[in-house]
Design a protein around this ligand. Structure first.
Ligand SMILES: [Zn+2]
Length: 99
């Protein structure tokens, strides 16, 4: 919910403290789960057990097919995730740096 604040005769929309707190809580509960794009990996890399259990999953940002290790993913599955490839993560970090 927004409220109006009158500052020197000019009305501004301000978001209230609860909205800010909610946004901060969302941010805390949200995690980027970084995965590696299949095209960027050596098919023979990693241990045999990892190669056996890993699955393909699309990056939720660019939809490139990536590898996901269900064992490590499930340990964090209760968190609010965005599955993101390393290339999108890089772009995101660079964007944050500009801001
Ligand atoms: Zn991506």
């Amino acid at each position: 919910m927004t409220k109006k604040v009158n500052f020197l005769g000019v009305e501004f929309d301000v978001i209230d403290n609860q909205m800010i707190a909610d946004a901060e809580a969302d941010e805390k509960h949200h995690h980027d789960y970084m995965v590696i794009r299949c095209v960027d990996t050596n098919p023979n890399a990693g241990s045999l057990s990892l190669r056996t259990r890993r699955r393909r999953t699309p990056c939720e940002v660019c939809h490139e097919i990536c590898w996901i290790d269900p064992l490590s993913y499930e340990s964090t599955a209760h968190l609010n995730h965005t599955i993101i490839c390393q290339m999108c993560m890089l772009k995101k970090v660079e964007r944050k740096g500009d801001a």
